[in-house]
Design a protein around this ligand. Sequence first.
Ligand code: BG6
Length: 475
Amino acid sequence: MGFPKDFLWGGATAANQCEGGYQEGGRGLANVDIIPHGKDRFFAMSGHMTNLETDNEHFYPAMEAIDMYHHYKEDIALFAEMGFKTYRLSIAWSRIFPKGDETEPNEEGLKFYEDMFKECQKYGIEPLVTITHFDCPIHLIKTYGGWKNRKLIKFYKRLVTVLFTRYKGLVKYWLTFNEINVILHLPFMGAGLVFEEGEDETAAKYLSIHHELVASAWATKIAHEIDPENKVGCMLAAGYKYPFTCKPEDVFASYEANRENYFFIDVQSKGEYPRFALKFFERENIDIHMTEEDKIILKENTVDFISFSYYSTSCVSTDPKDLSGTGNALMASAKNPYLKASEWGWQIDPLGLRMTLNTLYDRYQKPLFIVENGLGAKDVVEADGSINDDYRIDYLREHIKAMKEAIDLDGVELIGYTTWGCIDLVSASTGEMSKRYGFIYVDRDDAGNGTGARSKKKSFDWYKQVIASNGENLD
Ligand code: BG6
């Protein structure tokens, strides 16, 4: 009983939120580099910033982030000290192909990740690599319109072929697109989309989604061909959506809202578009330009496992006045009166994690991997330098208990758990540093000031003991 003995405990980061070094090693500019901190951030992330340049008025946190580009050895050593079995990180596409459409990769970029993977290997840490985490070379956006353009499939295939070939033997676990469903809410971040005046945004999003889904299936095929040991997963921003009331209209609306998310995994895990999606396309007059080859590629190359992020549940209501309550950055939600919330209003619901695990396992019966979970909170550094983040420990403890119940009581097959932002990093939704998730504190503020020094929080030793006891000792 309890967690399987080879359970993959660890932590997760993304290149654009921690790496920095945006002009180093021959790296090209990417969408994430030009998303500012502050009031214009959402406007940019949602695809409405047409001027794809930086200016002197804004601060762009991804450019330096926490400078992991220069600190990765120190950071991985700290992960190893906590006993990580796995470390989830992402590749910056523009480090490998600075413009995205070149035929030859950038050796310096390839070498950088090779060194990082070797550093992991030194400590017996299994890398879990997200190929694309909200990341697209700016040249592909300016020249081709991002994922709206079918040519992106070809460039992505080139990218993955290079990665699987170069890192054969060093990396086994891959995720094709981070939170693939986020494209519906933050399309510039998710797919490099910028909308023209009067454009049918829904149609553009679903066309781009189709391209990403086909690219994801190609990646699965290529990964298996290059190394049959490779395991490829999809990645969903999950979190069960409850009906706000038992009014049948609310229950059905919640059913549909959940289905809107499952749609992505249905394609990636079952290999074909669900009938409700085809009906939706018909009603909305959406043409995704599906080819016969697409159908075959999707059908024959389904994922090996299903990964997801989980922070919170939400509540769906058909009454607009209920929706003013809260939300988790991406989606409007009614405020659940039974739950507490983080300082950013994300409601805390460990049982919702068990519910999410069960619904995904019931629907797909494939191994599940929680690749993001955690509490974004403001930390206080005491005079003696200590950081007593008991609130973070409480959050994680309750979620780990829920995972254990899903395994022991429900029979869910769960293969790993990587907490989000195991080292403090830039928040994706707000661009802040002060929304911290880490076991490791980084001395840097929202404006980019600070020494960048790393220090251990109270949760560091707590998580170390959780891993050492394979999830048995949670006190
Ligand atoms: C997920 C993303 O949406 O949630 C991460 O995959 C992100 O990139 C994380 O950082 C937490 O969100 P935030 O907005 O608190 O950083």
